[in-house]
Design a binder for this molecule. Structure first.
Ligand code: CLF
Ligand code: SF4
Length: 505
């Protein structure tokens, strides 16, 4: 017997992220933002042609606004690697597209496909399947392409995405194109081999292990040639760069200019994660990662016309769910249900229904965001204001402070409201109790931020934040983030001295 196609109510009442999106009294329809991107949506940096917009519309990494609604999953079918980065020791996932410190369940292509079918049948918000390690997706390309080939047949509505260090890329551009892999990430940390030689221990190429300048030069040349070939083939290329203070921090401006000149669509600058416990060369030699302020300063130096990804969560090579959440534990191999053809088709229909709901939600949000931007302009803020929000998806303030494991940070100024990044925190509330030590680190993570908006907060953390000079409000629970920020600033202006919102001349 076939399953009933989900209705709007089914989606809204499911455990999908839409459930908490809609406030009890959903607002009337407004004129939508023409691009359906809403204010503050990435990618920034010039107009995105409509045909490209259609390709990134539901991709949570290529489109900042989409990450509120759409999930990705990674299948960890690529354990081998052909280079050695100083921030990796092979015990962990590829640090170019994930974070060190966690080990993935490694899968055969058959198991990988089985897992994707199970996730797709249960998670209507899934829009992208990526292969990002745990080694390099193209070092042993057979598993990667065998997996993608089957997924292309079984789940044609899902986007396919691949992440690579770029060494072997040039050999596989045609296959990438043939399989309809429309999104490829290349990690390029340096275009100057002198700098590259300080990042890579060795490169295995053409049956030889290369080191030093030779290794860095070969890798750089192959990466840039691969980038050119992908751009020529019409594939959307994102470049990831790991920001390594004292090594490539200044140089990344040159990298940005070069990859933009060659047609990369997006540049994602990721902070180095370095810890002696990870046993990496950098971790053991004391190389530090950048602070949030250093990362933001570099992004500012690159300017408003650089199309930058600011919402990367450096997720695992087996991550499942919205960016920032990981539901991989629900889909471990030994507990996967058998998915028959009916279940595959039913899942496809549920994804279609979900996308229709989200299209309406985005239209509604776009209208509200436009109004919020208008209201903000009337406030004539002279300095940007940073505001942190607790949100578990949908672009709304819909998360309890104690349940948050990250803040989404927005800046508001005369030009509008824009997402600028996230700050990771430990969850304050576990098992019903708050943790004062966690609150101290949370307050530290809020450096430079004076306001937190959340759906709910307990008395103790609220008082702790107030004592640290941080205003917290639950007055905008379930509202769209942009509207909430705008209304909060309006209220602040009405009740406080102008200086508190940066209006002092
Ligand atoms: Fe995965 Fe990467 Fe595709 Fe996204 S992740 S292969 S482009 S679907 Fe995204 Fe994760 Fe950042 Fe990567 S948040 S680590 S950028
Ligand atoms: Fe590690 Fe990825 Fe670098 Fe390979 S490319 S050494 S897996 S970080």
């Amino acid at each position: 017997m076939g399953r009933t196609v989900i209705s709007l109510d089914d989606v809204l009442n499911s455990k999908s992220p839409v459930a908490p999106l809609v406030a009890p009294a959903a607002s009337a329809k407004r004129t939508g933002c023409p691009s359906s991107q809403g204010c503050g949506a990435a990618p920034k940096g010039g107009d995105v042609p409509p045909e490209i917009l259609a390709r990134i519309q539901d991709h949570p990494c290529y489109n900042e606004e989409a990450h509120h609604y759409f999930a990705r999953m990674h299948v960890a079918v690529a354990p081998a690697c052909n280079i050695q980065c100083h921030y990796c020791n092979r015990k962990y996932d590829c640090a170019n597209e994930s974070r060190p410190g966690v080990v993935s369940e490694r899968l055969s292509p058959d198991d990988g496909v089985r897992k994707v079918l199970a996730v797709a049948a249960k998670m209507p918000e899934l829009s992208v399947v990526g292969i990002a390690g745990p080694g390099d997706a193209l070092a042993d390309h057979r598993n990667t392409f065998a997996t993608f080939r089957r997924l292309r047949q079984e789940l044609p509505d899902l986007k396919l995405c691949l992440s690579t260090n770029g060494l072997a890329l040039l050999d596989h551009v045609e296959t990438i194109k043939d399989l309809g892999i429309d999104h490829v990430t290349i990690t390029i940390n340096a275009i100057d081999p002198d700098i590259g030689a300080r990042i890579y221990a060795w490169v295995f190429f053409d049956h030889r292990r290369l080191t030093g300048l030779e290794a860095a030069t070969v890798l750089r040349d192959r990466q840039l040639a691969g980038l050119d070939a992908l751009v020529a083939a019409g594939v959307l290329v994102k470049v990831n760069s790991v920001l390594i203070p004292g090594i490539n921090d200044r140089h990344l401006e040159d990298v940005n200019a070069e990859v933009r000149r060659r047609g990369a669509f997006l540049h994602n600058i990721m902070p180095l994660i370095s810890d002696p416990r990870h046993g990496t060369h950098y971790g053991l030699t004391g190389q530090r990662g950048p602070s949030p302020a250093e990362l933001q300063a570099l992004q500012e130096r690159l300017g408003g016309d650089a199309r930058l990804m600011r919402h990367c969560r450096q997720c695992r090579a087996d991550a499942v769910g919205l960016l920032g959440e990981d539901r991989g534990g629900e889909f471990m191999l030994d507990a996967l249900p058998v998915i028959d053809a009916d279940a595959v088709r039913a899942g496809e229909e549920e994804r279609r229904a979900y996308r229709a709901v989200i299209a309406r939600e985005r239209e509604d949000k776009g209208g509200e965001a436009a109004e919020a931007g208008e209201a903000l302009r009337r406030l004539e803020l002279t300095e940007p204001v940073l505001i942190a929000v607790c949100s578990k998806g949908g672009g709304r303030i819909n998360q309890h402070f104690g349940h948050a494991n990250e803040f989404k940070v927005f800046t508001a100024d005369a030009d509008g409201i824009r997402f600028v990044g996230h700050r990771r925190i430990d969850r304050y509330c576990s098992g019903g109790d708050g943790d004062d030590d966690v609150l101290a680190t949370t307050i530290a993570a809020l450096e430079g931020i004076s306001t937190v908006l959340c759906a709910k907060i307990g008395r103790c953390p609220s008082e702790g934040l107030a004592a640290a000079g941080i205003t917290v409000s639950e007055a905008y629970a379930f509202e769209y983030i942009e509207s909430a920020i705008s209304r909060h600033l309006e209220a602040t202006v009405a009740s406080a001295s102008p200086c508190s919102v940066g209006r002092c001349a």
